[in-house]
Design a protein around this ligand. Structure first.
Ligand code: ZN
Length: 551
């Protein structure tokens, strides 16, 4: 909806407080030039609209913007706002609004967390939780519905396993879903049962849908509350822009409304999930390249070629090393996949395709090789999301075709043991192969895939540079030869992520004419030991010249 002049004026008066020309002084400032080289400065000036007027010394900024308010950051380190090129914003909020099951170290602890949450949220019709892992509990089996019934019997409980590939529910949820001993296992799924065939409360992969489909969709008010929670956690870790990897009409409505009212405290570059009904609705007027001062854009489409490595859903060219009976599975035959890609490209959208296995990547590269020449006058900067296991001979094709590898450094360090079991010692050399991509001149767009991983980009920078997980394991780094330098990683989380959203002229670095998106942090990331990078704390986050977070 287009606001009338009057409502627009009211919004400007009330929802978006006017702010003054501002100069940040005494900063230990770092940014990048267009070539990706580090530049230093001590002062940053931006006008009341949030546009950068000058970057340099205190004398230079004061001359450029004489009547500004001055803020002294007392030598603290100031960086461009960081960008996550692949995350799931509403899901992040959902997790933060549900029962947190990542920390409990035992089954008892998890059940107690569910009980506490249910008591604290008497109005929630469903108790939803995330992050349980029976392996950490050393249980040797899945947990059961009966164990949840002890604490919540009257309301349904649904708890997602840490990898998203199983749910643990109570008896009330099984009853509401109509799952009984007569219910057969669906194709690609499993209902855990006792010896008599009675469902015990855990549903795996495709069987999850039996219960998921009876969970009511969030109301508009719930969806907004979820977004508020997500935006707060993004600002807190210094993300001033995120690429939302798959949205529908309802999320688009909320994003536009938040953008209109100055409530989007992190910029969102969104991808439409798939080319089905929501795409038809959202693409009526073509790609939305910029909305409300570049706070929102909807110019990409997200598709999937295969699944994930952990569950052996990723499509491989040769069998899994730890299960030779399977090679995983492509989601679509080539012709169907190309028809989806072509539909999006024809409408002028950037196409961003999830591909984890080498067969998934190969299928998509072949498709791009056929389709891109048909649109040679438009530079859409198509991407492959994850590009996790790529056949060595396919890596140069990213550069030849101009495909951006959109990669998540923390995936490598979280997956290290599992990935090597799945693909073996040979294929692992083309996995998470950042150095190979960088050396051939590919720009990598870095992200986290939150909430699968933490959204904290400093954990991403740490993983990119050290090839170690948060606990700095393994010593020396996992296939350290594929690590990035800190400057490269910094660039992948700023300028090159901006480039992957066609936004390198407005964000991604601090220079005249760009938006004043920046953060103040508690340590100089270019001077500390790489092991400390992930511990960096954000003190302030500014987006478009407005402070949106202060520690
Ligand atoms: Zn994702």
């Amino acid at each position: 909806m287009r606001p009338t002049f009057l409502t627009a004026a009211l919004l400007a008066a009330f929802a978006v407080p006017a702010h003054a020309d501002t100069i940040i002084d005494r900063a230990n400032g770092y940014t990048l030039n267009a070539a990706g080289q580090l530049q230093r400065f001590t002062s940053l000036a931006f006008d009341d609209l949030g546009r950068i007027i000058a970057v340099g010394s205190e004398q230079e900024t004061a001359a450029a913007l004489p009547r500004a308010e001055h803020i002294d950051v007392q030598g603290k380190t100031l960086l461009p706002g960081l960008i996550d090129a692949h995350g799931h914003v509403f899901e992040l909020g959902e997790i933060a609004s549900g029962v947190e099951l990542y920390s409990p170290a035992s089954l008892n602890g998890a059940v107690r967390a569910v009980a506490d949450f249910a008591r604290a949220h008497p109005k929630n019709a469903w108790i939803i939780g995330f992050g349980w892992n029976q392996e950490i509990w050393k249980l040797g089996r899945f947990p059961t519905a009966a164990e949840l019934d002890v604490v919540v019997r009257d309301r349904p409980v649904l708890l997602h396993r840490v990898d998203g590939h199983a749910i643990w529910v109570n008896t009330k949820a099984l009853e509401m879903a109509g799952v009984t001993r007569e219910t057969p296992d669906p194709a690609g799924g499993k209902i855990e049962r006792d010896v008599s065939g009675k469902p015990t409360g855990v549903l795996v992969d495709a069987a999850m849908e039996l219960v998921n489909k009876v969970v009511p969709l969030p109301t508009p008010a719930e969806a907004r509350a979820t977004l508020d929670v997500a935006l707060a956690s993004l600002a807190k870790v210094g993300l001033t822009s995120v690429h939302d990897a798959g949205i529908k009409v309802v999320q688009d409505d909320i994003y536009r409304d938040y953008a209109d009212h100055g409530k989007l405290t992190t910029r969102v570059y969104a991808m439409i999930g798939d080319t089905t009904a929501d795409f038809d609705e959202l693409s009526k007027d073509g790609p939305l390249k910029s909305y409300a001062n570049d706070v929102y854009a909807l110019a990409a489409v997200k598709l999937y070629s295969d699944g994930a490595l952990g569950s052996r859903g990723a499509a491989l060219l040769a069998p899994y090393s730890d299960m030779p009976s399977t090679k995983g599975l492509l989601f679509y035959p080539d012709a169907e996949m190309r028809a989806k890609m072509n539909k999006a490209m024809k409408a002028g959208y950037q196409v961003n395709i999830h591909a984890i296995g080498d067969a998934g990547n190969h299928q998509i590269l072949d498709a791009y090789a056929q389709l891109i020449p048909q649109y040679k006058n438009v530079e859409l900067r198509h991407r492959i999301e994850h590009a996790q296991v790529v056949a060595p001979e396919d890596i140069p094709r990213f550069k030849q075709l101009g495909i951006i590898p959109s990669m998540q450094p923390t995936h490598a360090t979280s997956d290290q043991n599992m990935a090597e079991q799945r693909v073996g010692h040979e294929r692992i050399k083309g996995a998470y192969a950042w150095r190979t991509f960088l050396d051939q001149g590919s720009k990598i767009a870095c992200g986290s895939d939150f909430p699968i991983e933490s959204p904290n980009p400093f954990e991403g920078l740490h993983a990119a540079v050290t090839r170690q997980n948060n606990a700095n394991v393994p010593v020396g780094g996992w296939y350290k030869n594929q690590a990035m330098t800190l400057t490269e990683a910094f660039r992948c989380f700023t300028l090159d992520a901006a480039w992957a959203a066609h936004q390198e002229n407005v964000i991604g670095s601090l220079e005249q004419g760009k938006w004043a998106d920046f953060i103040v942090v508690d340590r100089d990331i270019f001077k500390i030991s790489p092991e400390q990078l992930g511990k960096t704390q954000v003190l302030q986050t500014w987006m478009g010249g407005k402070r949106v977070y202060k520690k």
